[in-house]
Design a protein around this ligand. Sequence first.
Ligand code: GUN
Length: 303
Amino acid sequence: MTEAIIDTARIIDGKAFAADVRTRVATHVARLQADHGLTPGLAVVLVGEDPASQVYVRNKGKQTKEAGMYSVEHRLEATTSEADLLAIIDQLNADPKIHGILVQLPLPDHLDSDLVINAIDPAKDVDGFHISNVGLLGTGQKSMVPCTPLGCLMLLRDLHGSLSGMNAVVVGRSNIVGKPMAQLLLGDSCTVTIAHSRTKNLPEVVRRADIVIAAVGRPQMIPGDWIGPGATVIDVGINRIEGPNGKTRLVGDVDFDSVSRVAGAVTPVPGGVGPMTIACLLANTLTACCRANGLPEPEGLTA
Ligand code: GUN
């Protein structure tokens, strides 16, 4: 008689990994302070009162201080003019205590996000969204790397060591996650496919992947039968849905229950990629401070 063996995936503990990254950052920050009298500084700019953005910004400030860094918050009214916002960015660009600047997105509709982001000094662009950093990453040069893709890369390197030659499928083509993620995977010598809503035979494309990055923003869109046995699945989605009891809960872009029965490893939501984003923001701020002062970069905390 044959017995059906139901294997379950390894659940990647992003929360614990992020805590470890923050500890490594804090240790490096303490050394910078002791040896060079330097304190990395991060400025976060929030325009308007979007509740989710307020939560993110509060968490960023808290974790920045916990890592021993200098933290500044600029909370501006939703009606703030572009000229006033650009003036604040100029001031932060010129401030030697500030090594990282993050303008929380989305911005209110009357503000041109591209214009605002490209006004940040690229060396202080800890989000890696400035067009110079996008170009540097795309050409394999030293850049500031977007935090969420950097966090995914760290998790993958920790799990696999070398990613060389692996088939990676990135589902989603956003500037914040999909595109930079594909560049990073290419940099680590993966064979990379960027799939999206218009991709033909999407299930088949995803099934060929050794690594799946789900970054589409559609709740539980990717079921287990799209996943090749043993694949590593990194779920970037954070979607709030209403459960049968009327309460809301967070789910990712993959259907965790069915995927975890097929995959070799999978990140949960919450507790997977999410906590890595702020940890990588702290890592980027530290990196920016080291570069600004001509000091060696922290090992294992950059792309
Ligand atoms: N809004 C949601 N995610 C992000 C992010 O990574 N950076 C910025 N600046 N805004 C965001």
